[in-house]
Design a protein around this ligand. Sequence first.
Ligand code: DP6
Length: 391
Amino acid sequence: MNCDVKTVIAPVNIAVIKYWGKRDEELILPLNDSVSATLDTSVMCAKTSVCANPHFAEDEIWLNGKKESFSNQRLQNCLKEIKQRAYNEKSIDDIFLTWKVHICSENNFPTAAGLASSAAGYACLVTALAKLYKVKSDISSIARLGSGSACRSVYGGFVRWHAGVNPDGSDSIATQIADSSHWPQMRALILVVGDTKKKISSTIGMKRSADTSELLKYRVQYCVPKRTDDISKAIKEKNFGKFAEITMKDSNQFHAVCMDSYPPYVYLTNISHTIIDLVHKYNEISGETRIAYTFDAGPNACLYLLENEVPKVMSLIQHIFPSSSDKFVTGLNFKEEGLNEEFLKILSIPIQAKDSIKYVIYTKVGDGPTEIKDGSHLLNKDGTPVKSVLI
Ligand code: DP6
């Protein structure tokens, strides 16, 4: 048996205007538009190999080294929809669509820790399947069926997911605001505070908020439409101060919505709040907004900042959050910068307990999913996972 294996890597994205709340649970249609930056796959990515063969007895999937059940409804919806698209586009022979598929996928970062792993994973899966079935049209609406935020990982740079109004979700798609080369100085620091699985998943949390939070209704109607337009403009004009202010306000409002839900739930920890304090004080002392924070459904912070600010901020983080690890910072290279005593005094943030921040990932804005053509597949030609991916 010799099948044609397609392999794709896909990026994580971190929202600056948050998606929180669905108007349709099945089709994963959001209550509001959202905006994100796609992060460089050279630092964080999902990798997926797919193949189809008439001799496969059933659809099979291996995730992060383990065989998983294929019964997951979202997974099945993605596969069904991509086959439907291939059929409509007449992109391949119909017989090919009856063959079973094998899928093998892995992330190079912790899953389900609020690190957007499902976004990268589903964007990767759907792009790999689109390559296999030669689907040419926009696939963000198919990635959306796997996980809402995944539709934004289908494009690089800065991306907007349009909530859309059609009941069938046909206009709930992602589009690019600007590509990855547009704002080359933009950087992201992911401060990993906890890398264990979150207590309340995004899916459950946002359902509770959509059912019970008055603040969410207000946010959707009055805040998000203006913020989305304003931040798109700030991105186009490379206005960091405006970009950062909107990003922080939107993150804060999202976490306020979690508290406004009934029963309330929280993702932020004391360390998350110390990071928030640190950023506001840093900006105040600097006399302008130079760092933005944003938090997803977990305690980890994503700081957006410009490249020239990185050495100072990195030194500061290492000073305030001492670590016992010799691999505290991973990702892109940077220069260390000595800290000014006077600056630390005015900042007056106490040094935190060792390992309060587990590690830092330093990355930048990057491109969308890419097909890997160097032969480093996760599936062998016979459709079995390559040995090194199995645990
Ligand atoms: C806080 O896309 O994980 O990261 O659609 O139910 O799979 P489902 O939710 P998911 O939610 C992401 C929520 C968020 C905000 C964002 O990425 O916009």
